[in-house]
Design a protein around this ligand. Structure first.
Ligand code: ZN
Length: 300
């Protein structure tokens, strides 16, 4: 089960967040890694009040801190965070074995990721009954546990590989920001809170605030990982950002091709009558980029 963080750490992390220019005024709501043990180790049992917390502690204890450089326990996702992938693609290691994941709930998928009723649906919907346990998909630390108008009771967990997972519409939350959680731990109970019509779990996977189709990471039917790693492309992030912009501006019709085995930029160029150079520009990739199966490329 999840373990509680200490107030001392929460306050220290709060100070750090201010230094990081992510203004947070309410110290106690700011989570941090649990563990008086860890704390004692670092400070050699110095009194809590004399502890000096610096960025290295966050690097050590907050999952993915080196990638995000912040730990915000209030804002679900920062769409305009400006995080950039430094290279054409980033390989995200998911686990040692395909079974290194816990499926968040038992129900079948009722709605996939993608465009739905003219709007982008950034997660998978899984069927459940109100009160069914909802489990963390991977080990990590709870970043958000709050009520949100759209998501209802919602929990966001940061994982050690930088991925974040979101669990929405819960009837009850059983974790707090800063809790260390293991794959399979119950984080709350399923429900129908927020903008939801009928009990279900809305499950999202994000990397650096960008939504990823969860079905590229997890095979819900088999209860396993899709593969041991996931290659996130600059192009797929760009096209996701484009899809977000599209869902915000009515009337714009942007078209995407989902890469299948054997697809090449030149093949797509011929198929859709768009120059390779333009395909690359629209998707923020280079002509030498490797396409991966499941990647979405915008072609208009
Ligand atoms: Zn949903």
């Amino acid at each position: 089960m999840a373990q509680r963080n200490t107030t001392a750490f929460a306050l220290a992390t709060g100070m750090l967040c201010l230094v990081q220019a992510h203004a947070q005024s309410d110290g106690p709501s700011i989570g941090g890694p649990e563990g008086l043990d860890i704390y004692d180790e670092l400070t050699e049992n110095a009194p809590l009040s004399s502890a000096v917390w610096d960025v290295n502690d966050s690097l050590t204890h907050i999952p993915g801190y080196d990638m995000y450089c912040h730990w915000n326990t209030d804002v679900l996702f920062n769409r305009d965070s400006g995080h950039q992938l430094g290279h054409d693609s980033v390989r995200i290691e998911l686990g040692q074995h395909l079974c290194d994941i816990a499926i968040p709930c038992d129900g079948k998928q009722t709605s996939p990721y993608g465009m739905r009723h003219g709007r982008m649906h950034y997660g998978l919907d899984l069927d459940l009954e109100t009160g069914d346990p909802v489990m963390a998909a991977f080990d990590g630390m709870v970043r958000i546990s709050k009520y949100n108008k759209s998501f209802g009771n919602v929990v966001v967990i940061r994982h050690y590989n930088g991925l974040e997972t979101l669990y929405a519409h819960l009837s009850k939350r059983k974790v707090e920001p800063g809790d260390v959680i293991m794959a399979g731990d119950t984080l709350g109970l399923g429900g129908n809170t927020g903008r939801s019509y009928g009990s279900h779990l809305h499950f999202e996977v994000r990397f650096l605030d960008q939504p990823i189709d969860p079905s590229l990471v997890v095979d819900i039917d088999n209860g396993s990982l899709k593969s041991l790693h996931f290659d996130l492309h600059k192009g797929s992030v760009a096209s996701m950002a484009a899809a977000q912009a599209e869902s915000r501006s009515k009337g714009a019709t942007r078209k995407y091709h989902v890469i299948r085995s054997g697809d090449t930029l030149y093949g797509l160029s011929r198929k859709y009558g768009v120059r390779v150079r333009d395909l690359c520009r629209i998707n923020g990739i280079s002509e030498r980029s490797t396409l991966s199966i499941g990647q979405r490329l915008r072609y208009n």
